[in-house]
Design a protein around this ligand. Structure first.
Ligand code: NAD
Length: 244
């Protein structure tokens, strides 16, 4: 029960990783506010639906979670979108979407949450970057890699800047995870998601791609007091499949 008495806000709570984050945080005693475009049907202690591309919604989420839960100790900036392709194939809409959801929204959430957490005696923020942002980019996903590198860099900066306020900021950097984000990409490109996931698993030294729980366990470690001396870390979760 590492999160007993703690209050947490999770974005992207309806997604593959988000749903498991919410489940595990609650199982370990946290009261959890869930944010996503549609949060109906998610078991949680507060429901804060909305579009992270709306600056007023993103700015207001952390205070709304604190209000609804009675405090804010943990924030997981998990929501994300992936756009594919090299720069010449990238539209203005791709740019606005990727930067808006993957960088601007977590920036807005952190900006609002850090003073609230500091005033409440401290807290922990976990950002969900990617191995393509934490260490090195992969091919044909220029915008996605750029946004994940941006949130990784912001994490390192905030990890330094806010440690003295008792606010620890860290990020997880997963390689491929078996979620709707990955599976819908396969389906869009005409592949059977189960077959593609199995084939991808054979390229991983551990023999499979990650399941959401593999990422969540590391994120919860970073959010918990077990990681009390960890600030600004980018933790790769890759099953041994290093990015070049
Ligand atoms: P997912 O698509 O299952 O979940 C993403 C969630 O974010 C969705 O529920 C979606 O509704 C929400 N979201 C997107 N845009 C939003 C908006 N404008 N407003 C509110 N909510 C919005 O994907 P996932 O794989 O669970 O991704 C979670 C995080 O993990 C993302 O940040 C992603 O980039 C990162 N990640 C995923 C993988 C992978 O292979 N799946 C690998 C590395 C990193």
């Amino acid at each position: 029960m590492r999160f007993s008495g703690r209050n947490a806000l999770v974005t992207g709570a309806a997604g593959g990783i988000g749903a498991v984050l919410v489940e595990r945080l609650r199982a370990e005693g946290a009261r959890v506010a869930v944010a996503d475009r549609d949060v109906r049907g998610i078991e949680a202690d507060a429901h804060l639906p909305g579009d992270l591309l709306d600056p007023a919604y993103a700015d207001g989420l952390a205070p709304a979670a604190r209000e609804a839960l009675g405090g804010l100790d943990v924030l997981v900036n998990n929501a994300g979108v992936i756009t594919r392709g090299p720069v010449p194939d990238t539209s203005d809409a791709d740019w606005s979407l990727s930067v808006g959801v993957n960088v601007e929204a977590p920036f807005r959430l952190c900006r609002a949450a850090i003073p609230l957490m500091a005033a409440g005696g401290g807290g922990a923020i976990v950002n969900v970057s990617s191995c393509w942002g934490g260490k090195a980019p992969g091919p044909n996903h220029a915008l996605y890699c750029m946004t994940k590198a941006a949130i990784a860099s912001l994490t390192q900066c905030m990890g330094m800047d806010h440690a003295e306020q008792g606010v620890r900021v860290n990020a997880v950097c997963p390689n491929e995870v078996n979620t709707p984000m990955l599976r819908s990409g396969f389906a869009r490109r005409g592949f059977d998601p189960d077959t593609a996931v199995a084939e991808l698993g054979r390229t991983v030294p551990l023999g499979r791609i990650a399941e959401p729980a593999d990422v969540v366990d590391v994120a919860l470690f970073l959010a918990s007091d077990d990681a009390r001396y960890v600030c600004g870390a980018l933790v790769e979760i890759n099953g041994g499949k290093a990015v070049a």
